[in-house]
Write a new protein. Structure first.
Length: 101
C-alpha cells in the first residue's frame, strides 16, 4: 500500500496566496497593523517570509534585492532583528509599501 503524501500548511498557504494576491496584500497589511499595536515583530516577519515564498522563494528575492540569500532568510526568521533598510528592500521588491495614515 502506498503512503498518501499530505501537503503542509505552508504549502497550502503559499498556493492560496499565489491564486489570491489581494489576500496576501491584506495579510501583510494586517500583520503590520498588529505589529504597530502590540510590537509582535515575529508575526510581521513571518508574513514577509510567506510573501517571499509566494514571490518565488528566497533565491529569487535575493537576486532581485541584491541581498545575500542566507542573510535574507535569517532576516525574515522569527528570531531576527533586521535593519529597516532590509525590510524596505524586501517590501519594495514584493511591490508593497509602508503608509502613514
Amino acid at each position: 500500500m502506498s503512503k498518501r503524501k499530505f501537503r503542509t500548511f505552508d504549502e497550502v498557504q503559499i498556493e492560496r496566496y499565489k491564486k489570491h494576491p489581494n489576500e496576501l496584500k491584506s495579510y501583510i497589511q494586517v500583520a503590520l497593523e498588529e505589529y504597530q499595536k502590540d510590537g509582535d515583530e515575529k508575526a510581521f516577519l513571518s508574513a514577509l517570509s510567506v510573501a517571499a515564498r509566494v514571490h518565488g522563494g528566497f533565491s529569487k528575492l535575493s537576486r532581485e534585492t541584491g541581498l545575500n540569500r542566507e542573510n535574507l532568510y535569517r532576516a525574515l526568521s522569527e528570531h531576527a532583528d533586521p535593519k529597516l533598510s532590509t525590510v524596505m528592500q524586501v517590501l519594495n521588491t514584493l511591490k508593497f509599501s509602508l503608509k502613514i495614515a
